[in-house]
Design a protein around this ligand. Structure first.
Ligand SMILES: [Zn+2]
Length: 307
C-alpha cells in the first residue's frame, strides 16, 4: 500500500511540467479593472482588487493588508487620472516593490488609451476641493473604453509574459467580440429613450451618458467630492422642475437623505445605480454591470414616462 502511494505521488510529480510558469499575480485598485483583467488574463493570472465595488473609489481605507499584497504583486493596474491619489501612493511606496512604482515596468495606468471627458482647460487642483483635476476618472462606464482598457492590459501582460502573447491576444479578441455584441444590445434597449434627462449625485456617469444618450442636467454635489449645500440643492430642484427631470441616480456609497428630499419635492424617482463591478451581488462582472444599470434605467424611464 505504502509503495503504491509513493509511486502515485512520484508519477504525479513527473506528469507536471518541469518548469511550469507560475500565474502572474495582479493587484488592481478597483473591481472593474479586476473584472476586465480576468477576461484578458484567463487562467494565466490571479487578480485581486483592493477597493470593493460598493466603496467610493476616491476614498478607500488604506489597509495594511494591501501593502502585503502589493509587495508580492507582479503587476499593479490603476484607474489613474488621480482617482486613487487619496489612498494609493503611500501603499505603493510602503510596499517597497520597485517594479510597481508609477513609471515602473509592472505599473499600468489603465486610462492611457481611454477617452477621457471633462479634462479641465485651466489648472484645477485638489486644494479647490475638486477630485477630478485631470478629467473624469470614471471612464470605464463606457464599453468602448472597456475595450481600450482590455487592450492596454493585454499588451502589458504580453510584455511581462512574451511566451503567452498569443493566449492573451486571443482572449482580448474574444472579449472584444462579446462586448461589441452586448453593446449593440444595450444601445438598442436605450435607443427609444434618447435624451432622457437625469440628475446624478457624483460625476460618475458622463461617459455612460454620452455613450447611451442620457442628458445629465445637474449633480447633487456642487463639485466632485464636495457634499451638497442647501442653496445648491434648492437651485437644482428648481432646475429639475423647470426641465421636468424625473430621475435621480445615486452611487451606492452616498447618503440618500438629500436625494430622497429632492425626490419628494420634485416627484423624481431616486435610483441607486452601481458604477462598479461588485457593488452588489447582481453585478459580478463587467457585462452584468451594464445589464443591471441599463435594465434599472429602462424600467424607471418607462414607469415615470419621463423622456
Ligand atoms: Zn469621481
Amino acid at each position: 500500500m505504502r509503495k503504491t502511494l509513493s509511486f502515485t505521488v512520484l508519477a504525479a510529480m513527473l506528469a507536471a511540467p518541469a518548469f511550469a510558469q507560475s500565474k502572474l499575480n495582479i493587484v488592481t485598485t478597483t473591481e472593474d479593472l479586476a473584472a476586465i483583467g480576468r477576461e484578458v488574463g484567463g487562467d494565466h493570472v490571479t487578480i485581486e482588487s483592493m477597493a470593493r465595488g460598493y466603496q467610493d473609489p476616491h476614498f478607500v481605507e488604506a489597509k495594511p493588508s494591501f501593502i502585503l499584497k502589493l509587495q508580492k504583486a507582479d503587476l499593479l493596474i490603476a484607474v489613474g487620472r488621480e482617482l486613487e491619489i487619496g489612498w494609493l501612493p503611500p501603499l505603493v511606496q510602503q510596499s517597497r516593490n520597485g517594479k510597481i512604482q508609477p513609471g515602473g515596468a509592472a505599473y499600468l495606468d489603465a486610462s492611457l488609451g481611454a477617452q477621457i471627458l471633462e479634462v479641465p482647460a485651466g489648472q484645477i487642483t485638489r486644494a479647490m476641493g475638486d477630485v477630478h483635476p485631470l478629467g473624469n476618472p470614471h471612464y470605464w462606464l463606457d464599453p468602448e473604453n472597456g475595450k481600450k482598457i482590455a487592450k492596454e492590459i493585454a499588451d502589458k501582460l504580453s510584455e511581462l509574459r512574451p511566451n503567452d502573447r498569443a493566449y492573451f491576444q486571443q482572449r482580448l479578441g474574444d472579449f472584444t467580440t462579446r462586448l461589441d455584441a452586448a453593446e449593440k444590445r444595450w444601445l438598442g434597449q436605450l435607443a427609444p429613450f434618447k435624451g432622457t434627462k437625469v440628475v446624478t449625485y457624483h460625476r460618475s456617469f458622463p461617459n455612460f451618458a454620452e455613450r447611451f444618450g442620457l442628458d445629465i442636467i445637474g449633480y447633487v454635489e456642487p463639485r466632485p467630492g464636495i457634499p451638497p449645500t442647501p442653496q445648491h440643492t434648492l437651485d437644482l430642484m428648481n432646475e429639475m422642475k423647470r426641465q421636468n427631470v424625473k430621475i435621480v441616480l445615486v452611487e451606492p456609497y452616498f447618503d440618500l437623505k438629500t436625494p430622497n428630499a429632492m425626490g419628494r419635492d420634485t416627484g423624481a424617482q431616486v435610483l441607486v445605480m452601481p458604477p462598479s463591478v461588485g457593488a452588489n451581488k447582481e453585478v459580478p462582472d463587467y457585462f452584468k454591470l451594464f445589464d443591471y444599470d441599463i435594465n434599472l434605467l429602462v424600467d424607471a424611464i418607462r414607469k415615470s414616462g419621463a423622456k
